[in-house]
Design a protein around this ligand. Structure first.
Ligand SMILES: NC(=O)c1ccc[n+]([C@@H]2O[C@H](COP(=O)([O-])OP(=O)(O)OC[C@H]3O[C@@H](n4cnc5c(N)ncnc54)[C@H](O)[C@@H]3O)[C@@H](O)[C@H]2O)c1
Length: 427
């Protein structure tokens, strides 16, 4: 299958799809007895369990109807956790609707659910989103969307198909659902700091925990249980974690993509087999057509100074964003600060509130284009760091590097080598 697609083509496809869906009736979720919306969760770990909780809270008609995970212990932990929810009577997941293994997602999608929450490690997202959209499900889709360009191209196609079918597709880039961030980026788009000349985003944090190998685990099970550290499953931490900050570059630049990226990275302290083949630090320079430059630095190293902020430099002022501190502030010609008493609802809850409201109202949300562009920007940064080469946006979009393993089973799977800048080829 020819899966090459440019962003311009995606925009064209979506615009055509939009005009079709504008003419036809959107796929509003079926209203079952009462107002029930059946929700299936694929990937029952920390985030997936959180998303299921938020879905229950978002809409009184939500029933958690089916669960799917790779491993029975993870699924059971989630099922027990959901049983403690104040709305536990709406957690209706008998053993017959609990699915495990590589094909669990298909069984869940076939289980007559209306909405699917995708919260596995990102390697699986393109296949899961494709199956969910083809089956006509509304989707909450955790970030990042893919670990390689073929996966991202698949997501662009699924997003266009969701739009054509009038399905909601809400992304897990949660800062887009945070009120102080929304107010801040709105100000920037309205010109509060003038044209953006440069932006620096940081994701400087500690390491993600590892799972020591147990004798009974095969290679595949061990890698899946240590998924953050294997590039084929996580995309590496610039894609898996710092994508949140890269998404905010995309947001500030109002959807304009960089023309090229140059990057560096490596592992300074990360070691041991359970660290897989991921790096522990990256620095990326994104260059734009108009001369703007945006930078991301990210690291996962212990006992270092941490920071997770956005520093935006415009022609007429500067903006500082830190969602955790919190700080949302503009200095310069039009000084501004997000009011201390401004609304700060939980952004993870807002994602689900808006998703379910959109389904109820028949006004689908489609985050598809920007969520995939942000993922592609992170992939471009990783490609540039791993190879040591300056890579253009178009080259990255058309990359044929496919991280899919030779087979999906719980057997042997060698640990891929750690990328060596200057030696690792770009493909
Ligand atoms: N938006 C945010 O702030 C945020 C926060 C945390 C995680 N995340 C994202 O959510 C996703 C999940 O992260 P997590 O922290 O919950 O990880 P986790 O390890 O806690 O959970 C992942 C679950 O998916 C299961 N799984 C793996 N492969 C599967 C497959 N093919 N089919 C079905 N189940 C499978 C695992 O067994 C595990 O239970 C990741 O993409 C991560 O980047 C987002």
């Amino acid at each position: 299958m020819n899966d090459r697609i440019t962003r311009r083509e995606f925009v064209r496809t979506s615009a055509a799809a939009l005009s079709v869906s504008a003419l036809s009736t959107p796929a509003v979720a079926r209203r079952r007895g009462g107002d029930t919306l059946r929700v299936g969760l694929i990937g029952c770990g920390g985030r997936g369990t959180g998303a299921a909780n938020q879905a229950l809270k978002a809409d009184d008609g939500v029933v958690i109807y089916a669960l799917a995970d790779m491993f029975p212990d993870r699924l059971e932990r989630c099922r027990k956790g959901l049983a403690k929810h104040p709305a536990a009577d709406r957690v209706q997941v008998p053993a017959s609707r609990c699915y495990v293994g590589f094909d669990a997602y298909r069984q869940l999608i076939d289980a007559d659910v209306d909405v699917v929450l995708l919260a596995t490690p990102p390697h699986f997202r393109p296949a899961h989103l494709d199956a969910a959209v083809r089956a006509g499900k509304h989707v909450f889709c955790e970030k990042p969307m893919a670990v390689d360009a073929p996966g991202a191209r698949s997501i662009y196609r699924s997003a266009a198909e969701a739009q054509r079918r009038g399905l909601s597709l809400v992304s897990g880039f949660c800062w887009r659902y945070s009120m102080p961030e929304r107010a801040t980026y709105e100000k920037i788009h309205a010109g509060a700091i003038g044209d953006i000349r440069a932006m620096h985003v940081t994701y400087h944090t500690g390491p993600i925990g590892t799972q020591p190998r147990r004798p009974e685990w095969t290679d595949m099970e061990w890698q899946l249980r240590n998924w953050h550290h294997f590039t084929w499953i996580s995309g590496d931490h610039i894609v898996e974690q710092a994508c949140h900050s890269i998404d905010k570059i995309n947001w500030a630049m109002n959807g304009v993509m960089p023309v090229r990226a140059t990057a560096m990275g490596g592992r300074g302290v990360r070691q041991g087999p359970e660290s897989g083949n991921s790096y522990d630090h990256f620095a990326v320079i994104y260059e734009y057509d108009d001369g703007a430059r945006c930078f991301v630095t990210c690291r996962q190293q212990p006992k270092c100074s941490n920071d997770n902020s956005d520093y935006i430099f415009g022609a007429d002022g500067r903006c500082f964003v830190n969602g955790w501190a919190p700080r949302h502030e503009i200095e310069g010609a039009q000084p501004w600060r997000y009011p201390s008493d401004g609304p700060r609802p939980n952004m993870y809850q807002v994602e689900h509130d808006e998703l379910f409201a959109s389904i109820r109202n028949g006004t689908p949300i489609n985050d598809g284009e920007w969520m995939t562009n942000s993922t592609m920007m992170a992939l471009l940064g990783r490609m540039a760091a791993y190879t040591g080469k300056t890579i253009t946006w178009d080259e990255a979009m058309n990359s044929t590097e496919d991280l899919t393993p030779s087979r999906y089973d719980m057997g042997e799977i060698p640990v891929p080598p750690i990328a060596k800048p200057g030696t690792t080829p770009f493909t």
